[in-house]
Design a protein around this ligand. Structure first.
Ligand code: PLP
Length: 472
């Protein structure tokens, strides 16, 4: 497909600006470059271009999207409308606090709800993604230890089942990563934790439920060991969808948590954002929250700065539109509704897991919001891999699950059917999987060459990752 730049025709216009009704302003001195090359197209051409592009991909609006560890839930379109209200969408990031009191109230109110949902005291909404939240929280961990004169804590403990962003964020924040072994059931190996937690440990980063979709049942004991060693407990709350309204990280012994508003709290994501990864923390860590904080006073909201703050972590105040959608979601559902969403997500995951349980499940426990299958036996018996199964699902109108993650499971396929999936969607997915497994034994080549129905068939994934051509 041609790019909009290749389709451009000099002089063609898609907009009709209204007549100039303000004084002409000389912007010459602000000019960043001499020439700005923009595509020139009519409105129908632009509409046709982006419609064609949208048909070449698969989104949550297309159907079942069980991408594990991503919480691809359907997002109410109403939230888009609310976020697009001119008072929100047109607010200027450099506006004075007294001109944007409504926006600051959104930040303050959402922060209060998130503190309540996580059982924490302080919140920053600034980080623009989950990984950015992890990084911010780890800067706070370091500032906390330093403020106590404790400079030796250079290591962060991370289970081997963790999301890849955890070790990456720890390294970015200047820590050394110490990997914790998982016990055979996917939980943290307590003996390994006891052996590794010590005077040089800054924090443990834990995902609960784990990336295997299992609740860490020893979490209080784990918190005891980590706190006993003088370190902090960090909760990777990207997957809060499984527990919101049911149990709070603050009650499980955690000191800090990041959330993914673009997963759990109904902002559409994928394709690069925009995201939001707020960090919530216990009272003793609030002095280290990023600047600026929104401070509530008798005369309204103002921006405040903390003496111990780790400083700014994003331009302005993060991705504001995502906050509006999250707030709309929380207010619309209420406490009971949030709990119901979490319970339905867990029910849906267990329903699908049970329906396909004879296909190689990992572990024999009830899962939380997601579950993992291992395609190793299928691969050994038929040569059909986890990737081939995923491609086969595309031909049946279903977005592939997450593949080859977590790394501790061979040929993993990780399914996360969210609460917005209907029973019919789940049944159809189970039927599609049954059909694919049968096909693997009768005609494995049909799967090795899948997908057959998409405009793009089997891209060279390694080449695409190494040398991305993002405009082709
Ligand atoms: C998605 C996810 C992250 C990272 O979030 P991004 O917004 O993609 O940076 C971290 N941890 C877990 C468990 C996740 O599922």
């Amino acid at each position: 497909m041609k790019t909009v730049f290749e389709k451009s025709v000099k002089g063609r216009r898609g907009v009709q600006p209204s007549a100039l009704d303000v004084e002409r302003y000389d912007y010459e001195s602000y000019r960043l470059r001499e020439e700005l090359v923009l595509p020139e197209l009519s409105e129908p051409e632009v509409a046709a271009h982006y419609t064609a592009l949208s048909k070449r991909t698969f989104g949550v609006d297309d159907g079942f999207y069980p991408l594990g560890s991503c919480t691809m839930k359907y997002n109410p379109k109403l939230h888009e409308e609310i976020a697009a209200l001119p008072g929100f969408a047109n607010a200027h990031p450099l506006a004075r606090a007294d001109k944007v009191q409504g926006c600051l109230a959104v930040i303050d109110t959402l922060s209060a709800y998130l503190a309540g949902i996580t059982g924490m005291d302080g919140v920053t909404l600034q980080p623009c993604a989950g990984a950015h939240g992890e990084y911010t929280a780890l800067l706070m961990v370091r500032a906390y230890h330093r403020s106590r004169g404790d400079e030796k804590r250079t290591k962060v403990l991370i289970p081997d089942s963790a999301h890849g962003t955890n070790p990456a964020s720890a390294v970015m924040a200047g820590f050394e990563v110490v990997t914790l072994r998982s016990a055979p059931d996917g939980s943290v190996d307590l003996d390994d934790l006891k052996a590794k937690a010590g005077e040089d440990t800054a924090a443990l980063m834990l995902t609960n439920p784990s990336t295997l979709g299992l609740f860490e049942k020893n979490v209080l004991e784990i918190a005891g060991i980590v706190h006993g060693a003088g370190a902090l407990m960090y909760y990777d709350g990207a997957n809060l969808n499984a527990i919101m309204g049911v149990v709070r990280p603050g009650d499980m012994g955690f000191d800090l948590v990041h959330l993914n508003l673009h997963k759990t709290f109904s902002a559409p994501h994928g394709g690069g954002g925009p995201g939001s990864g707020p960090v919530c923390c216990k009272a003793e860590l609030t002095p280290f929250l990023p600047d600026p904080q929104i401070v509530r006073t008798e005369k309204g909201f103002r921006f405040g700065r903390g003496d111990w703050s780790v400083g700014r972590v994003s331009a302005f105040y993060g991705n504001f539109g995502v906050y509006v959608k999250a707030l709309a979601y929380i207010v619309a559902l209420g406490g009971k509704g949030l709990r119901e969403a979490a319970e339905t997500a867990v029910l849906n995951a267990n329903y699908l897991r049970e329906k396909i349980s004879y296909f190689y499940p990992v572990g024999d426990r009830r899962c939380m919001h997601e579950f993992v299958l291992s395609m190793r036996r299928l691969r050994d018996e038929t040569g059909v891999t986890a990737a081939d199964v995923a491609k086969g699902l595309i031909d049946r109108g279903i977005h592939p699950p997450t593949m080859y993650f977590p790394l501790i499971v061979e040929d993993a396929l990780m399914f996360e059917p969210t609460e917005t999936a209907s029973k019919e969607m789940l049944d159809a997915a189970a039927d599609a999987l049954k059909e694919i497994i049968a096909l693997a034994y009768s005609d494995p080549d049909a799967l090795r060459s899948a997908p057959h129905t998409t405009p793009v068939r089997r891209p060279d994934e390694a080449a695409a990752a190494r040398n991305p051509v993002v405009k082709g």
